[in-house]
Write a protein that binds this ligand. Sequence first.
Ligand code: FES
Length: 74
Amino acid sequence: MLCNVDGDIYAIEDVCTHDGGELDQGWLEGCRIMCPRHGAFFDVTTGAALTPPAVMPVATFKVRLEGNDIFVEV
Ligand code: FES
């Protein structure tokens, strides 16, 4: 999943580490995204789990921009 945080693009895995919620269906506010299933927050810039019930970080991926193209290292 790609996230635009103040013009910077971040890529994270689209699966909540708590119970598999689809983070792309959540709400992005600044650098925090809320899982729509049970409300855990993650920092999309680091993958860190910020609030319960999630405790494990989500995977993050390196992003490179070239013109209008976005490349994600997986
Ligand atoms: S599945 Fe994301 S908080 Fe539970």
